[in-house]
Design a protein around this ligand. Structure first.
Ligand code: AKG
Ligand code: FE2
Length: 321
């Protein structure tokens, strides 16, 4: 049974105070209004002669923020809507039906504290209700394709050689659906405590409620959702590949008092057996390699061990030279 499996029922029953296991000792700071919002990038020019401009914009966003939103990404808005509707319907099912599919997101427990969310993962589930599975699988295929396109553009923005480009190794797309119920005291809880993602990039569909924050220049800034956009962030393997030019961005989800929130991350990464190392052309006498080659399976093992423990150690210490 999932640890957080009965959270929604608790909220539906009108819980007035936050049970202690959900209380984080260092409560989230209140959200600062961003001085400059994370960029919104139009992907339509990627398939036109204007591609170099779009690639440069993506590269700048990766360097300055490690985080951006994309519009005209090629995934029909009707599919995004169908998926969010299906997720809404899934999380409205009675607990006994939901529990068949809810998983313990291993990232939900940090020390003794539990995130204020429920999660369904798609890796191991082949029999989720059809109303949910159909749009989910359709979306996952599209998000994987988009992930490959973006990976290509990001690597291109790093000036990758033709040979390096031909070795593209985006191989996995792992999808989850998160449901964050309203919280009686948002100042005590996290929807998802601060972390970096482990793969190359994450393609995230979020509804219009908001709550995602990124750490920029020492301040947590809100990432207000743009309608029909998808949110992209740089993750650990891309930091290694870019030899630190693109930093894996710390992000977190804060809760709110009145509206449930849905999000669907797709973690785009290498295959478990693949090795990630800094792109060869980025390394030279003046630019020593900052990371060693790591096998993704080994990296993930380390990341899961240290990223969400008491110390919240950066998983990248595994690869740093
Ligand atoms: O729900 C969100 O907005 C973010 C989810 C996330 O960061 C994750 O699952 O890694
Ligand atoms: Fe994340």
């Amino acid at each position: 049974m999932a640890t957080t499996g009965s959270l929604k029922e608790l909220v539906d029953q009108g819980v007035k105070s936050v049970p202690s296991k959900y209380v984080f000792p260092s409560r989230p700071n209140s959200t600062f209004k961003p001085l400059a919002s994370p960029p919104v990038i139009d992907l339509a020019p990627l398939d036109t002669p204007e591609r170099p401009l779009a690639v440069a914009q993506i590269g700048n966003a990766c360097r300055d923020y490690g985080f951006f939103q994309v519009i005209n990404h090629g995934i029909p808005p009707s599919l995004l809507e169908r998926l969010l509707d299906a997720a809404d319907k899934f999380f409205s099912l009675p607990i006994e039906d939901r529990l068949l599919f809810l998983v313990d997101d291993p990232r939900d427990k940090r020390s003794a504290c539990v995130n204020w969310k429920e999660t369904i993962a798609f890796r191991s589930i082949s029999s989720a209700p059809a109303f949910c599975m159909e749009p989910a699988l359709e979306y996952k295929t599209e998000a994987h394709k988009l992930g490959e396109r973006l990976y290509g553009a990001i690597v291109e923005s790093l000036g990758a050689t033709v040979e390096e480009m031909s070795k593209q190794h985006v191989a996995s797309c792992n999808m989850m659906m998160h449901y964050y119920p309203p919280c009686p005291d948002p100042s005590l809880t996290f929807g998802l405590s601060e972390h970096t993602d482990a793969g190359f990039i994450t393609v995230l569909l979020q509804d219009q409620v908001g709550g995602l924050e990124i750490l920029k220049d020492g301040q947590w800034i809100a990432c207000d959702p743009v309608p029909n956009s998808l949110t992209i962030n740089i993750a650990d393997q891309m930091e290694i590949l870019s030899n630190g030019q693109f930093a894996s961005i710390l992000h977190r989800v804060v809760t709110n008092g009145d509206r449930p929130r849905l999000s669907v991350p797709c973690f785009i990464g290498p295959s478990l057996e693949a090795t990630t190392s800094p792109l060869a052309h980025l390394i030279g006498e003046r630019n020593p390699a900052l990371y060693k080659a790591v096998v993704y399976r080994d990296y993930l093992q380390h990341y899961m061990k240290v990223r969400f423990d008491d110390t919240a150690t950066d998983g990248l210490d595994f690869a740093r030279l």
